[in-house]
Write a protein that binds this ligand. Structure first.
Ligand code: SAM
Length: 401
């Protein structure tokens, strides 16, 4: 007799052998091992930074203790959580994902990866975690087993601790609201931002070096930036020549801002920039892009500019500037040197292609019943867009009673 998760293990293992980064984030153009490993990991830092901004801005307190990242894949989110929590456990059904996550792990003293081939989490005791997070995982698991995992997450949490999970409800129906429209211009007065970074890159950096900056963005206009209404707003950067007069490269890094940034409110987001590939003296310019509409500077918002010296003898690869300003930095900083990161994405394209990812949902009323019946209190439910326009999906924030 096959155990309930044997098929699932085989399926995800096959993806993990072939192209694990694309199996985790199937973005167009990133298939066939085309993900840049640093850029891929950066998406995890951005996602986790956004999530904590949303929790903090709603006054939802999270205990900074032991954390579970369920369905961790190659550790994209586990690593980002390990930059904030002292102990993080990534759990996955695929041994090959666990092997790859372990090989990519920059924080072995804070993050560990554990295989779980069971439709429950009994290998962990009651009340062992202070925070549980899972994203783009339950959507691939049949509803009966997801229901068990939801109960398990609440069992594993200490009282008053927080669970955050994403789960589709159903494929979009004719009577569901239309997907968010394309971008709509805000009033001209809304395009006013203050942008700052807490530390500038002082030493020369290497050609094509990847650096993560912590950027503080404040909405200094009198109007809320509401992406639900107006469309995506992202931090981004350009590269100019040393005089700052000639644009050499438009568009480099991009980080989504929180869903709503009210007037006068600030947020801190990571932005990964990639130095120009030729040695020289440059100016890096950071601005906000209202995607499909305009850059904020086009409405006279102040950009942040700073000089960057690029030399072959520059310093260590990929590091975080200003990460030491985080409230709970890991030893070595959130984006400490990752000298062991592979230059190319892991995987072997000659391995068999196991095919499309299964998708499942549970109706939101049923999810809310499950939460209540498992000792949880729903504190926030928000729209989630990670499974595209053809599904209605939500992110749930639950407090263990
Ligand atoms: C799309 S990936 C997402 C990975 C990770 N959450 C992220 O966002 O980077 C889905 C992951 O869920 C894992 N998974 C699927 N079913 C699972 C189960 N029953 N238990 C644990 N992990 C599971 C897969 O092996 C895969 O690594």
């Amino acid at each position: 007799m096959t155990a309930p998760l044997d098929d699932s293990q085989r399926f995800w293992d096959a993806h993990a052998r072939r192209d694990p980064l694309w199996a985790v984030l199937s973005d167009a153009g990133k298939e066939a091992r085309r993900w840049d490993v640093r850029r891929f990991l950066q998406t995890g830092l951005n996602e986790v930074a956004l999530m904590f901004y949303e929790l903090e801005s709603r006054g939802i307190a999270v205990n900074h203790g032991a954390t579970l990242d369920f369905g961790c894949g190659v550790g994209r989110l586990t690593q980002a959580l390990a930059a904030r929590f002292p102990q993080v456990v990534g759990v996955d059904v695929s041994p090959k994902m666990i092997e790859t996550a372990t090989a990519l792990n920059p924080f072995p003293e804070r993050a560990r990866f554990v295989w779980n081939g069971e439709p429950h989490l009994q290998q962990f005791g009651d009340a062992t975690f202070d925070f549980v997070y899972t994203n783009i995982v339950l959507q691939h698991i049949v509803p009966e087993i997801t229901a068990v995992y939801l109960r398990e997450f609440l069992r594993l949490l200490k009282p008053a601790s927080i669970l955050v999970f994403q789960l589709p409800s159903h494929p979009r129906r004719a009577d569901d609201p239309l997907p968010e429209s394309t971008a709509v211009a805000m009033a001209d007065d809304a395009y006013q931002a203050a942008i700052a970074i807490t530390a500038l890159p002082h030493e020369p950096i290497k050609p094509a070096e990847v650096v993560t900056l912590d950027v503080d963005v404040t909405n200094v206009s009198g109007l809320a930036w509401t992406q639900q209404q107006f469309g995506a707003i992202r931090l981004g950067n350009h590269w100019l020549d040393r005089t700052g007069e000639r644009m050499l490269q438009r568009d480099d890094g991009r980080t989504l801002l929180p869903e709503t940034l009210p007037p006068g409110v600030a947020c801190r987001m990571p932005l990964t920039i990639t130095a120009p590939s030729a040695e020289g003296d440059y100016v890096c310019e950071i601005d906000l892009a209202h995607e499909g509409v305009r850059w904020f500077r086009d409405r006279d918002s102040a950009v942040l500019r700073f000089p960057v010296v690029v030399r072959s003898g520059g310093v260590e690869p990929a590091r975080s500037i200003a990460s030491e300003s985080r409230s709970d930095p890991p030893a070595g900083g959130a984006g400490a040197a990752r000298t062991s990161l592979p230059q190319v994405a892991p995987g072997d394209l000659t391995a068999a292609d196991p095919g499309d990812f299964p998708m499942h949902g549970i109706d939101t009323d049923r999810v809310e019943q499950l939460i209540a019946a498992s000792g949880g209190e729903l504190v926030l439910k928000s729209a989630d867009h990670s499974c595209g326009h053809s599904w209605i999906s939500h992110r749930y924030v639950v407090r263990k009673r």
